[in-house]
Design a protein around this ligand. Structure first.
Ligand code: ZN
Length: 244
């Protein structure tokens, strides 16, 4: 009801669905396109796709950008067109776009949807054996990582063996393999994996694919049991530990 009133009252304000078209058409003209189609798509990851034919182009843009301010959509459109022109795999985001993607507003709007779309997550920090929230709080209390407000900590449903932890820095979502939620695995192992992922959240959004920089590795080794943990993870990957 409120929505209807808003759109009727704000006749001069483009409705949210049209902001996307407004942005992509305006920027597309500058890049020489005369026919631009754009829609939102519900990809799990924050990604966008396009098809191009001469001066015609159509986009499917991540619906995590729904309700973003027009100027942010303009910057995003610019980043995509520029990337297409450069035939590059890297997108250069403006400071304004980055600030929006790193804002609590963006995470607040999208984190729950992202977690729901991630089928392999239990959507809870509480495991059979270990509560990741407690592990996180212990790491913060020891000054190992700064508090990561609003981070969503989850166990995976399947017992991933090779990929024991991963995160979406953008959505502030961390996933730890339920393989490590086992009383036969020392608690410092899942703690070390969680620590690694929290370091990524602390690093924030990075351009390109340089995630494990030498500085990152130095910080990782500040964990008192990094060596034992790495050893455990190797043995788990090689199935040299009996967890039954
Ligand atoms: Zn990593």
């Amino acid at each position: 009801m409120t929505d209807t009133i808003y759109h009727q009252a704000g006749a001069a304000t483009p409705i949210a669905g049209n902001d996307l078209e407004t942005a992509f058409k305006a920027v597309g003209t500058r890049f020489g396109y005369d026919e631009v189609r754009v829609d939102y798509a519900s990809y799990k990851e924050f990604k966008s796709t396009w098809r191009r034919c001469g001066t015609k182009i159509s986009f499917e843009v991540s619906d995590y950008l729904r309700n973003a301010p027009l100027e942010v959509l303009v910057d995003f459109a610019h980043a995509l067109y520029e990337r297409i022109e450069r035939r590059s795999s890297v997108c250069h985001y403006s400071d304004r776009l980055k600030a929006y993607l790193e804002s609590d507003v963006f995470v607040g709007r999208n984190q729950a949807t992202y977690v729901k779309r991630s089928r392999n997550l239990t959507r809870s920090p509480r495991g059979r054996h270990l509560d990741l929230r407690e592990t996180y709080e212990a790491l913060v209390a020891r000054g190992m990582v700064p508090p990561s407000e609003g981070a969503s900590l989850n166990w995976t449903r399947s017992e991933n063996r090779m990929r024991v932890g991963y995160c979406s820095v953008l959505m502030r979502v961390v996933a730890i393999s339920s393989l490590l939620d086992n009383e036969k695995v020392p608690d410092f192992v899942p703690e070390y994996v969680l620590y690694h992922e929290l370091l990524h959240l602390d690093d924030g959004l990075s351009e390109g694919r340089r995630h494990h920089t030498p500085e990152f590795r130095l910080r990782e080794r500040q964990h008192p049991q990094w060596r034992e943990s790495e050893d455990w993870l190797k043995r788990l990957a090689a199935r040299r530990v009996d967890l039954a």
